[in-house]
Write a protein that binds this ligand. Structure first.
Ligand SMILES: *[C@@H]1O[C@H](CO)[C@@H](O)[C@H](O)[C@H]1NC(C)=O
Ligand SMILES: *[C@@H]1O[C@H](CO)[C@@H](O)[C@H](O)[C@H]1NC(C)=O
Length: 302
């Protein structure tokens, strides 16, 4: 405001209104930002026409969400959208095997880590509180940064609900410097991690109860670039979740010593919940294309 206009009541009023209008517009902008985590529901009945659902009771009641079926919350890479290949890989791997609600999280317009985590955690809270979904029936899956976000959502839920999420499947998480939260075994009762491009787009670091290193964890057969090896992590899901899973794994002392001497065969197959299995580092070999599993017979250590 120019000084020449002085301080007449009308100019004060005008300034207040301008200020209020600005505040109002800012509030609108913030509210819009809050709504920018998208949720896309897939079930076997609506495989060809997934539904966008708002994280609220009424919208879920009107949708094809079926509370008696298990729920998979699938979180993509940073700013991944509904067309990201990791999301469709989770949908088909899961719905080919069993009736489920697969919720793909769309992060195309979401850029605030804390808000993403709050939005996803409150979505899950609605399911547990308003639909009586036991936490045991919820699986969190995350690819790349989505794996750390899944850990952070689980930690938030632990705080909000006083109970731990039973299971996180983390697919080639990167070294944690982009995000505040780094996935860890304390985020859920069982955290399994699949490392397929360690040291490049993924990390060598042990982040779960069991950390699998297919083909040594750094590069994958049939891949010439890092993003191919990175994305192999979710290509393996269909077989991990199949009843024919044959990803027989060997328990190793450390990633530096993934060798025949320091690894021994286990009965654990990658993707199975490790009932009574020791936590640690697991090695396995795969083919270069589907079906990836090689069983136990072809092992040759690096
Ligand atoms: C992201 O923003 C674009 C442009 O405003 C919009 O068309 C799209 O629906 C948004 N995506 C999500 C998941 O909200
Ligand atoms: C998703 O992202 C890709 C790559 O950034 C883009 O090409 C595509 O148009 C987006 N799709 C949707 C449905 O927003």
């Amino acid at each position: 405001m120019s000084e020449a206009k002085g301080c007449s009541p009308s100019s004060v009023l005008f300034e207040m209104q301008t200020g209020e209008l600005l505040a109002f517009l800012l509030t609108l902008a913030v509210a819009t930002v809050h709504a920018e985590t998208g949720f896309l529901l897939h079930t076997q009945r609506i495989r060809d026409s997934p539904q966008w659902v708002e994280p609220e009771v009424e919208a879920l009641v009107r949708s094809s969400f079926y509370a008696a079926d298990p729920i998979v919350i699938s979180i993509p890479r940073w700013q991944g959208n509904s067309s990201s290949p990791e999301l469709s890989a989770v949908v088909s791997a899961r719905l080919d095997q069993q009736a489920s609600n697969v919720i793909s999280v769309d992060l195309e317009n979401a850029t605030n880590e804390a808000e993403i985590v709050e939005n996803v955690a409150s979505f899950v809270s609605i399911l547990t509180k308003n639909f009586d979904v036991p936490l045991e029936r919820i699986l969190l899956v995350g690819f790349a940064e989505g794996a750390h976000l899944a850990g952070e959502v689980a930690a938030q839920l632990h705080q909000d609900l006083g109970r731990q999420v039973p299971h996180i499947t983390a697919l080639d998480p990167p070294a944690g410097d982009l995000l505040e939260h780094q996935l860890s075994a304390s985020d859920a009762e069982f955290v399994e991690v699949v490392h397929t491009n360690a040291g490049k787009m993924g990390t060598w670091e042990r982040l779960g109860h069991v950390d699998y290193f297919p083909n040594g964890g750094e590069t994958q057969p049939g891949c010439s670039g890092d993003s191919c090896s990175h994305e192999r992590a979710f290509e393996l899901l269909a077989e991990m979740w199949s009843s024919d899973n044959d990803f027989v794994s060997a328990l190793c002392g450390s990633v530096e010593t993934m060798s025949a001497e320091s690894c021994r065969w286990s009965t654990l197959k990658m993707g199975q919940k490790a009932q009574g299995q020791p936590s640690g580092i697991y090695f396995l070999e795969t083919h270069q294309s589907a079906p990836y599993a090689r069983g136990a017979y072809y092992i040759s250590f690096l």
